[in-house]
Design a protein around this ligand. Structure first.
Ligand SMILES: C[S@@+](CC[C@H](N)C(=O)[O-])C[C@H]1O[C@@H](n2cnc3c(N)ncnc32)[C@H](O)[C@@H]1O
Length: 422
């Protein structure tokens, strides 16, 4: 394998040559047999009739990255929320210098968890471990009036039409629902919920699906609505031989709530490092997380009341606890509070430190769209202003010191004159 970044890995094969034509989603339905009308899809969309609108599978078998993508939704949802598809699927990853190629991990058996992912080299915090484009995306809310067999038929078509269906078919399955087909079971075991333009979809990523859950993970995932890819980022340095884990549950839950969610939603009993610790360690973590939740309420209130010193004391403690609990990436929206408050009390260096953290959250992980871009520009403006103010403050302090020194000398000379004259 080449050590050089492999362009194919970053941007994939099979770029659609024709621009995306939205009418392909909304008008052709099941009826057109003219392949030129299917673009960017490589198959005739396969639809089933439902009461209000048909439900269809749209597949591009070649793109992205040769494994392909199938999208299951109504033509209307596809037309209104997936205008994202106007972008080519195979856009280059926005920060090629941040990704490890070849992949810095291998898939191995992990006791009690099936397979999992283990680092094969040292991985640095803030670097990308994997960029994985979705293989299947399905609208989370299925039509109530469609027969289960028909849904199963849609799912099977979505998988079988992919360029490399075996990449998906060999994923692990829990076998937890009696009437479920293999493919349903596969989706239940491996898919993640993602938001696209405010709508909920379930998404299956063939490589990401090998990463196990940990309540104190060393990596986190970020979904891009523009490329429909999930990136796994290292949230701390990871040593060779360490398992790379992400979290499947929401931030700030107690151990009991996490256990319940993982059992109910994902169907497994968590065997992660924290869940298998002693009751004392679990309690300490629960207390930390409860304290973090309390701070999330009190810090904005104190800031609003102008009690900056107290709010900042709490914020510093909260970020310490957040790091201890490996929740840093889920709490990044809290960085703005200390940034603003430190500025208010004239601690420009600390204000800059936290503003840089806010900026890192925005551009570090490729937040797309107008909002992300505007916010990024605003942050860059604030950072430039803070840097300028810090330089000016230092100059003023130097000036002040010089003056004080001069004053000292002058005072001494004066006292000498007085002494002599006495
Ligand atoms: C998305 S898959 C992860 C990869 C999977 N271990 C495999 O063998 O392909 C999710 C499944 O992995 C297992 N798993 C993930 N995290 C786990 C954990 N913390 N404890 C126990 N099992 C876990 C569960 O069986 C779960 O249903």
């Amino acid at each position: 394998t080449s050590e050089l970044p492999d362009d194919d890995e970053l941007c994939g094969r099979g770029l659609p040559t024709t621009p995306f034509d939205r009418t392909a989603l909304t008008t052709i339905g099941p009826y057109s047999y003219d392949p030129s009308a299917w673009s960017p899809w490589t198959h005739r969309p396969y639809c089933i009739e439902a009461n209000e609108e048909p439900w269809c599978v749209y597949t591009n078998a070649a793109s992205p990255k040769g494994h392909g993508i199938s999208i299951i939704t109504t033509p209307e949802i596809a037309g209104s929320t997936l205008n994202i598809l106007e972008h080519p699927f195979d856009q280059k990853f926005f920060a090629p210098e941040k990704i490890y190629l070849p992949r810095p991990y291998k898939v191995v058996d992990i006791p009690g968890k099936g397979k999992g992912v283990v680092a094969t080299q040292k991985i640095e915090k803030g670097k990308a471990i994997l960029v994985d484009h979705a293989s299947i995306i399905a609208a989370a809310e299925y039509p109530a009036d469609v027969m289960r067999e028909e849904v199963q038929d849609l799912l099977a078509t979505a998988v079988n039409r992919l360029g490399e269906p075996e990449k998906v078919l060999r994923l692990s399955r829990k076998g937890r629902d009696e009437g479920a087909t293999e493919i349903e079971d596969l989706l239940l075991t491996n898919s993640f919920t993602v938001g696209i333009q405010g709508k909920e979809f379930i998404a299956l990523f063939a490589d990401l699906s090998r990463f196990n859950h940990d309540c104190k993970p060393n990596a986190f995932i970020y979904f891009s609505e523009t490329t429909l890819a999930m990136t796994v980022w290292a949230s701390r340095d990871i040593e060779p031989g360490e398992e790379i884990s992400i979290t499947y549950s929401a931030a700030g839950l107690s151990s009991k709530e996490r256990r319940e969610t993982l059992e109910k939603v994902w169907g497994f009993k968590c065997q992660c490092s924290l869940c298998t610790s002693s009751p004392e360690v679990i309690k300490e973590s629960d207390d930390n997380r409860a304290q973090i939740r309390a701070y999330q309420g009190s810090i904005p209130n104190l800031a609003q009341e102008g009690k900056f010193e107290e709010a900042l004391k709490q914020a510093e403690h909260m970020f310490e606890l957040v790091d201890e609990e490996a929740l840093t990436d889920q709490m990044s929206d809290m960085y703005e509070y200390p940034a603003r408050m430190y500025y208010q009390i004239g601690n420009l260096e600390k204000a800059l430190e936290y503003t840089l953290k806010v900026k890192r959250e925005i551009d570090g992980f490729g937040v797309p769209g107008k909002y992300g871009q505007e916010k990024l520009r605003a942050m860059e403006g604030i950072i430039r202003r803070l840097e300028k103010e810090i330089v000016e403050k230092k100059e003023r302090e130097e000036q002040f010191k010089k003056q004080a020194k001069l004053k000292g000398k002058y005072g001494k000379a004066q006292r000498m004159v007085i002494n002599i004259s006495q």
